[in-house]
Write a protein that binds this ligand. Structure first.
Ligand code: FES
Ligand code: FES
Length: 164
């Protein structure tokens, strides 16, 4: 039996037509809505490459039924910044050389935004813990940690400038 429902993705209502109710959010984002940032690797909640925000919570979209996200705001990497302009975290990943093959990068970018929104001044240990659900086979994580720290400092400096 096919289902029709609407998802609220990156601030836009997106219709999903003729879907199977058991489809996961990762599949629907990529194959039905054409949002290719979230990646499927393990498809069992182990690697974080499919991370997105649903209702403000960081989730593995491979483990979420798409139909269960109706009514919740969904944010993918495509919705973090205006088209054509990187978010501060995306720019920092580039500046710090934190992207190699890039397969893990969208998940890490979403996770880093979530971390910095909740914990604006994270310690290195907090960054390592919070990003531990996102597996990267290439970088060794050092430059990823550095990118997150760089954004934390830049945001703090900007806040201080705005307050003075
Ligand atoms: S593909 Fe979802 S956690 Fe790995
Ligand atoms: S950059 Fe290749 S898996 Fe992270």
């Amino acid at each position: 039996m096919s289902e029709h429902y609407t998802l609220h993705v990156n601030g836009v209502e997106r219709a999903v037509q003729d879907a199977w109710v058991g489809e996961n959010l990762l599949y629907v984002l990529r194959e039905r809505l054409g949002l290719m940032a979230a990646k499927g690797a393990c498809e069992q909640g182990e690697c974080g490459s499919c991370s997105v925000l649903v209702g403000g919570n960081l989730v593995c979209s491979c483990l979420v039924l798409a139909a269960s996200a109706v009514g919740e705001p969904i944010v993918t990497v495509e919705g973090l910044a205006p088209p054509g302009a990187p978010s501060d975290v995306q720019q920092a990943f580039v500046d710090c050389g934190a992207v190699q093959c890039g397969f893990c990068t969208p998940g890490l970018i979403i996770a880093a935004h979530d971390l910095l929104d909740r914990t604006p001044e994270p310690t290195e240990m907090q960054i390592r813990e919070e990003l531990s659900g996102n597996v990267c086979r290439c970088t060794g994580y050092g430059r990823i940690i550095e990118a997150v720290q760089q954004v934390a400092v830049a945001r703090r400096t900007a806040d201080a400038g705005a307050a003075s």
